[in-house]
Ligand binder design. Structure first.
Ligand code: MV4
Length: 454
């Protein structure tokens, strides 16, 4: 087992990882940028090293500085968390070359799943169902238009180097295709330095269901059930839950086995997520694989009782999975709400600033993953996620009630947040009845707008 782990991240996820290390008797190294010197993760770690100025590209993305920090502190391993370097095959490779264990899959696996078009093709070969679409790169808007005619509308243009929504365009008719293709291409080039695109049939008002898997270095793979992540705004998840409402035990098992098949076909190791789109007729299609710990991992932990971060560390240090598939069961229902420092009144504009008063909820089955503290100054440099509120109860209904109570208790002053917005969703009839799909947030916002006008 490792003696010391460097956490190449910040905020609530760095805190989450430090806590897991502490429970395992592993000492921790926090790295931080200038602006993060008073951050909670810096205060909670055993050792700390400043790695540069505020901008991520000058600090949290600086591979050489992070590796130097690991070498000089004698860390055995690096946990990348999510975002930043977590899905960089180059960084995973460099860690290996420096004799430091990267807590995640191998560089090769990250690379293979990183190109989303290639990942699609890999899954087709593995006989995993994928959405109808292209298998070769689409070389021009004009060529795309021809392919689009075969696929049919609506369709969705996605960036090969993308994932999570950047460089994505939904197209409803042929007259919009060329312009959508060109803007998607531009966006992809700016964001990833790679403008290659692929096209899929767009599955309307479907659900975004993802399966959590754990795989050790010896081919043993289990799934921990699914999460529903359909509640997103601008491709940022807002609310996630486990299990997905209304999924039968049979379908859960089938999707779980498909996710395991997907993982094993590429010799996947460590924790990962297989994303599916589930249509109205309960047909499911692979869309992409995330080769990292995810923001929403906590809801799966609550319903399975398995600490995913600890499992990641055990796997990375060479342990065999102790958990057998038949030992895993889903108990009750868990919901996560993401609290962002943003102003829903102003088109959800980020709202950084100093927290002048703070109260976070608690109680049986309530979990807060956050790096906030009273008088903390939220910088504008990074993303706006400031806390995750998770609840666990016997049923979805009880979990919703618990979430209302928890959100209602929150006091965050000095900045604006989306807490009231999330509270309103917890009281929405469609949400409460489980009528959720990828169109939910948009129609919820449309209705809220109508109410204001009338
Ligand atoms: C899709 C889809 C429907 N059909 N692909 C969004 C984020 C990225 N990970 C994949 N996403 C989707 N891909 C096909 N072929 C639906 C989504 C999707 C979504 C789309 C529009 C608005 C909200 C959404 C929420 C989750 C998933």
């Amino acid at each position: 087992m490792f003696n010391k782990i460097l956490i190449a991240n910040r905020g609530e996820i760095a805190v989450r990882i430090i806590r897991a290390c502490r429970e395992m008797g592993i000492s921790t190294v926090a790295v931080y940028s200038d602006i993060d010197k008073d951050s909670l993760h810096v205060q909670l770690a055993d050792e700390t090293i400043c790695i540069g100025p505020a901008k991520a590209r000058d600090s949290y993305l600086k591979m050489d500085r992070i590796l130097s920090a690991a070498i000089s502190t004698g860390a055995d391993a690096i946990h990348p968390g999510f975002g930043f370097l977590s899905e960089s095959p180059k960084f995973a490779e460099l860690c290996m070359k420096c004799n430091i264990v990267f807590i995640g899959p191998s560089a090769r696996v990250i690379e293979r799943m990183g190109n989303k078009q290639e990942a699609r093709n890999t899954m087709i070969k593995a006989r995993v169902p994928v959405v109808p679409g292209t298998t070769n790169p689409v070389n021009s808007a004009e060529e795309g238009l021809k392919i689009a005619k075969e696929i049919g509308y609506p369709l969705i243009i996605k960036a090969s180097s993308g994932g999570g929504g950047k460089g994505m365009r939904i197209v409803h008719s042929s007259d919009k295709f060329i312009s959508s293709f060109k803007t998607a291409s531009q966006e992809a080039r700016n964001a990833f330095g790679d403008d290659s695109l692929y096209i899929e049939k767009y599955i309307q008002n479907a659900r975004h269901i993802e399966v959590q898997i754990l795989a050790d270095n010896y081919g043993n793979t289990v799934h921990l059930g699914e999460r529903d992540c359909s509640i997103q705004r601008r491709h940022q998840k807002l609310i996630e839950e486990a299990p997905a409402y209304g999924i039968s035990e049979e379908l859960r098992k089938e999707m779980g086995l498909t996710a395991i098949k997907a993982a094993q076909s590429i010799s996947y190791n460590n924790a990962g997520t297989v994303e599916f789109i589930l249509d109205k007729d309960n047909r499911y299609y692979f869309i992409e694989m995330n080769t990292r710990l995810q923001v929403e991992h906590g809801v799966t932990e609550m319903v399975t009782g398995i600490d995913i971060v600890k499992e990641q560390i055990l796997i990375a240090s060479g342990n065999k999975l102790k958990i057998k598939q038949e030992d895993i069961s889903i108990k009750g229902h868990a919901i996560e709400c993401r609290i962002n420092a943003e102003s829903p009144r102003n088109n959800f504009l980020p709202y950084p600033g100093q927290v002048t008063n703070l109260h976070m909820p608690g109680g049986c089955g309530v979990r807060i993953d956050s790096a906030l503290y009273h008088s903390y100054r939220i910088p504008s440099t990074y993303d706006s996620l400031i806390a995750k509120v998770l609840v666990h109860d016997e049923s979805r209904e009880e979990a919703i009630k618990k979430m209302r109570g928890a959100l209602g208790e929150i006091i965050i002053e000095g900045i604006e947040t989306n807490v009231d917005f999330l509270y309103d969703i917890m009281n929405d009839t469609d949400y409460c009845k489980g009528r959720i799909n990828t169109g939910f947030v948009e129609s919820f916002l449309d209705e809220a707008r109508l109410e204001k006008i009338c």
